[in-house]
Design a protein. Structure first.
Length: 132
């Protein structure tokens, strides 16, 4: 058995980390290019960031907005992964597969509505602060 040098192990870890990031970016690109709802969420995210810039949000307000944006995008990706898995294991219609897909879509909808409400509260507060 051949022993690995510490340098070789570090190089393997570095390549493995690089590969992991590559796979993650491939997943993000896959969802953006194939899922209309993800593109809609991204457009809304850009608009939310532009509104935050215009309203001169404070640091903690920025944190809240960015967390909400990140959660919505991540849940949309989770829903896509869930739907893809269901299509793989149940290519034909099955009522339980439909329930899983519907629940996944509902999960994203609840989070998106919560994000809109939370963002609206933050933006209104910032607007009132700006106009005095």
């Amino acid at each position: 058995m051949k022993h690995k040098t510490p340098e070789a192990t570090d190089l393997e870890r570095s390549r493995s980390l690089t590969a992991s990031f590559g796979y993650a970016f491939q997943g993000i690109f896959q969802v953006i290019t194939t899922q209309r709802n993800m593109r809609i969420h991204l457009i809304v995210a850009v608009l939310a960031i532009l509104a935050a810039l215009g309203l001169q949000l404070q640091a903690l307000e920025w944190v809240a907005i960015l967390i909400l944006i990140g959660l919505v995008l991540a849940f949309e990706m989770l829903n896509t992964a869930l739907e893809t898995l269901i299509d793989l294991v149940s290519p034909k219609f099955h009522p339980l597969a439909k329930i899983i897909k519907d629940v996944g879509a509902g999960m994203v909808l609840i989070l998106a509505i919560t994000a809109v409400i939370g963002g609206s509260i933050i933006y209104l507060h910032a607007l009132f602060r700006l106009i005095g």
